[in-house]
Write a protein that binds this ligand. Structure first.
Ligand code: B16
Ligand code: MG
Length: 211
């Protein structure tokens, strides 16, 4: 295999917790029930897709305009949480894995549904490591659609079969498999039945053993 495509939130950095807190704030303000099980369904799903899942529990219905305003408000809360990110916020094992792959001459990419990807990568100081960055601004369909990973392979100039995807989301594992790639499931996706490999996180594993 020639390349690894990393998901961002929940794999390289724990911004997944900030997404949860920002949605929780919206849910509280709107008096909508929201918990961590519902939150797990939002992993890898676009901002508007996530809002639709949260609104399944709402007793009132929202117009398209109101939904747009809610999503914008949530992003404001989220941005205020991530603005203090530093390189120390990378998840354990993430930077080691990136360095091992680069030293072994492998290509690496980001395949994230987030429209805030570039901001996060800049805060973490790791943007320059990546040979390709695909984010929520470049795709029409979010995970579980394979678009984000197929575009990643295309930008890296490799075949999907030559890529390993690292994902923490059920939607992302499905997207990686639909793209024809091998998938390492970590975190909340570590027991996903479609994942080819699984690990608690990137900490303590040698990523080179999976490619
Ligand atoms: P934003 P990933 C995803 O990122 C998150 O897992 C998901 O919770 C979020 O709704 C989505 O990005 C969109 O994020 O609101 O920043 O555009 O896991 O694909 O890196
Ligand atoms: Mg994720």
């Amino acid at each position: 295999m020639k390349a690894v495509i990393f998901d961002l939130d929940g794999v390289l950095v724990s911004t997944d917790e900030y997404h949860f807190e920002a949605w929780k704030q919206i849910a509280n303000e709107e008096h909508i029930y929201f918990d961590r099980n519902i939150n797990d369904r939002l992993r890898g799903v676009s901002r508007m897709g996530s809002l639709e899942i949260i609104l399944e529990r709402s007793r009132i219905s929202y117009s398209a305009e109101e939904k747009k305003a809610l999503a914008k408000r949530k992003n404001g809360y989220y941005i205020s949480k991530i603005k203090n990110l530093t390189p120390n916020d990378m998840l354990p094992g993430a930077l080691i894995s990136i360095n091992r792959l680069k030293n072994a001459g492998k290509l690496i990419a980001i395949g994230s549904s987030s429209k805030n990807t570039l901001l996060i990568l800049e805060k973490l100081g790791i943007k320059e490591y990546f040979d390709a960055i695909i984010d929520g601004n470049q795709i029409k369909k979010s995970k579980p659609d394979p678009e984000v990973f197929l575009l990643g392979a295309q930008k890296l100039n490799v075949e999907p079969q030559q890529c390993l995807v690292v994902e923490d989301a059920a939607s992302g594992v499905e997207a990686g498999k639909s793209a024809g790639m091998k998938v390492l499931g970590v975190g909340s996706a570590k027991n996903h039945p479609l994942a080819d490999y699984s690990a608690d996180s990137l900490a303590g594993i040698d990523i080179l053993r999976y490619i």
